[in-house]
Write a protein that binds this ligand. Structure first.
Ligand code: HC0
Ligand code: SF4
Length: 573
């Protein structure tokens, strides 16, 4: 142990502890801006400086370790002056239009400036502007970038994609897309992890909320919304609702209050996906199509984009099932539109997702009778949903639990756990067991594939389905995924079925979720979904009565001709 004094408090910490962590152990918070535990500990911003007795220069606390007998001051006059000047300098290179910034109220730079009582910026520098395609789902505003390097580090270390890089030198040093390419020219998976790890408003999703308001105001449009599984585990965080208060029923109520005509839960089509994908898997598995093994799940568009750009020869191994989001749009503009007597072109489909990549996925087109346009017209992230609730002046405390609309009202716990890593696999195994043996397993029989939070890397399991053994693997985070694919490619591991989610911990940790600077919430949100599953009246996708009716009245059976036309896709197209 190392003994030292921080702000006149005696502290004893293990060797190798950073000054910042030692201070934290003594309940002394040191302000920071660029720091991200284990990912970005490079002292780029110098906000975390402290004074060491006997040393002239201030030192950064995030990357210097404690030494025996150190006497540290985290808030001396010298420290305060330096910290203030540092933040003023950062502000002088930053477009400080807080009133029109999506991160206003949730910005580390803004709160630092407020805490340091900075009400004037003595210096002013010219802001560098890089052009950006504003139609792209991911938007970067170079004038708000504070060069903290977090986006570079998250993309490199967690997602192993290297989309961002440092460009120029000296005082012009800044961040841009690697090689100064356009973002659409590089292999961005659109996972959005750079957004959720940006401390300011330099990175955000394309805002599509106005398109939804326009559709609501258009008398000719019937607006139909779906809410993804992972959204329920996080939306309340941004509106001051506790986990218990922030139910999915209240999201439905908010959507209706905004003027949306029909509201549904994506967990319904997650159940439908299991029917299609589960049957597809069993067909591939029993036919012994060895060259197509393992079969990969296809519901995460971040992962699908990654596979297409990094390992295009493996694309045929993706399940052909569309994602629940796209199945929903497709069912809405066919079965549901017919049922309520609306032409598909007059239906406007909105999905609320924890995800930025879903905005890219929604470009899929629907050919049904006459061409029916996009299956999903607009995708909003969880953050955009909360912005809409606020702009509609809806008091979150006034919301009540509201059921989904008829015909696609029912959902199961199996559909809900799609939102966390391992959930698609577990839901598929529950139904595959039924299909193979004719009996339901214990709903928790396959919980071995659970891994809320997504660490450490891959979860493997050998699952008995009747006489057959299925070798399953579950992974989240694209860095972990690349390692797994390399091991498969080198013949080091052999699987039959692999679930991949691009975001660490799955969609609960998605790039469209509320941002808590430096805090990872995928684990607790994932546990919340398992709690909802545990308490759900139905826990098997094949028992969803509305899914069964949809097959009876419309699709006939899983993998039917109609299902292939509307619920499956050709990933090479
Ligand atoms: Fe997901 Fe999904 S689980 S990808 O994360 O499969 O975004 O929540 O909606 O589509 O259901 C996201 C979440 C979904 C889809 C579902 C799948
Ligand atoms: Fe989107 Fe979920 Fe995939 Fe992340 S894991 S890219 S949130 S679908």
């Amino acid at each position: 142990m190392v003994n030292l004094t921080i702000d006149n408090i005696n502290v004893s910490v293990p060797e190798g502890t950073t000054i910042m962590d030692a201070a934290k152990m003594a309940d002394i918070p040191i302000p920071k801006l660029c720091y991200l535990k284990d990912i970005n500990e490079i002292a780029a911003c110098r906000v975390c400086v402290v004074e060491l007795e006997g040393m002239e220069r201030l030192v950064t606390s995030c990357n210097n370790v404690v030494k025996e007998g150190m006497v540290i001051h985290t808030n001396s006059p010298k420290v305060r002056t330096a910290r203030r000047q540092t933040v003023q300098l950062i502000l002088s290179q930053h477009d400080c239009k807080c009133a029109t910034c999506v991160r206003s109220g949730n910005c580390t730079l803004q709160s630092l400036a407020n805490d340091l009582n900075i009400i004037e910026i003595p210096f002013k520098q010219r802001l560098e502007e890089f052009p950006w395609d504003k139609e792209f789902p991911l938007i970067r505003d170079s004038q708000k970038c504070i060069k903290c390097m977090r986006c570079i580090q998250v993309c490199d270390k967690i997602q192993d994609l290297h989309i961002w890089d440092v460009t120029s030198t000296g005082s012009r040093t800044t961040i841009n897309v690697t090689g100064n390419h356009k973002i659409s020219e590089v292999s961005c998976s659109l996972c959005g992890q750079c957004i959720t790890h940006c401390p300011v408003g330099a990175l955000r999703e394309r805002d599509d909320t106005e398109k939804v308001w326009d559709a609501i105001a258009d008398d000719k449009k019937v607006v139909v919304a779906q809410v993804a599984p992972a959204v329920r585990a996080a939306w309340g965080e941004a509106l001051g609702l506790s986990r218990e208060e922030a139910t999915v029923g209240k999201i439905m109520d908010a959507l209706k209050k905004m003027g949306i005509d029909y509201v549904f839960d994506t967990s319904f089509t997650a159940d439908l996906t299991i029917m299609e994908e589960g049957n597809e898997f069993l067909q591939r598995f029993t036919k012994g199509e060895l060259n197509l093994r393992p079969m990969f799940t296809s519901c995460c568009p971040g992962w699908v984009r990654f596979l297409k750009s990094q390992y295009p020869h493996l694309v045929p191994q993706l399940s052909t099932a569309k994602s629940p989001q796209q199945m929903f749009g497709s069912v809405m503009k066919s079965y549901f539109a017919e049922s309520i007597g609306v032409k598909p072109e007059n239906m406007f489909t909105v999905s609320i997702m924890p995800c930025v990549a879903k905005k890219g996925e929604s470009n899929m087109e629907l050919f049904y009778g006459e061409y029916a346009g996009h299956e999903t017209d607009v995708v909003l992230t969880t953050r955009e949903l909360t912005r809409m609730i606020r702009s509609a002046h809806i008091d979150p405390a006034s919301l009540v639990d509201r059921e989904c609309d008829p015909l696609m009202k029912e959902w199961t716990g199996a559909g809900v756990i799609f939102g966390t890593t391992g959930g698609v696999m577990e839901a598929a195994l529950r139904s595959a067991h039924y299909l193979v043996t004719g009996r339901n397993p214990d709903p928790d029989a396959f919980k071995i594939v659970r891994n809320p939070g997504g660490q450490p890397g891959v979860v493997e399991a050998e699952i008995q389905l009747g006489d057959a053994t299925v070798r399953a693997a579950v992974v989240s985070g694209l860095g972990n995924t690349r390692k797994l694919i390399e091991a498969i490619e080198h013949g080091e591991v052999h699987y039959d079925f692999v679930e991949v989610m691009a975001c660490p911990g799955g969609c609960v940790g998605g790039g469209g979720q509320p941002i808590h600077d430096g805090e990872e919430l995928a684990r607790t949100r994932g546990e919340n979904l398992y709690f909802l599953d545990k308490n759900a009246p139905l826990r098997f996708s094949h028992e969803n009565p509305d899914v069964l009716r949809l097959y009876r009245d419309f699709f006939e059976k899983p993998l039917s001709h109609k299902s292939h036309m509307l619920l499956h896709t050709d990933h090479n197209a």
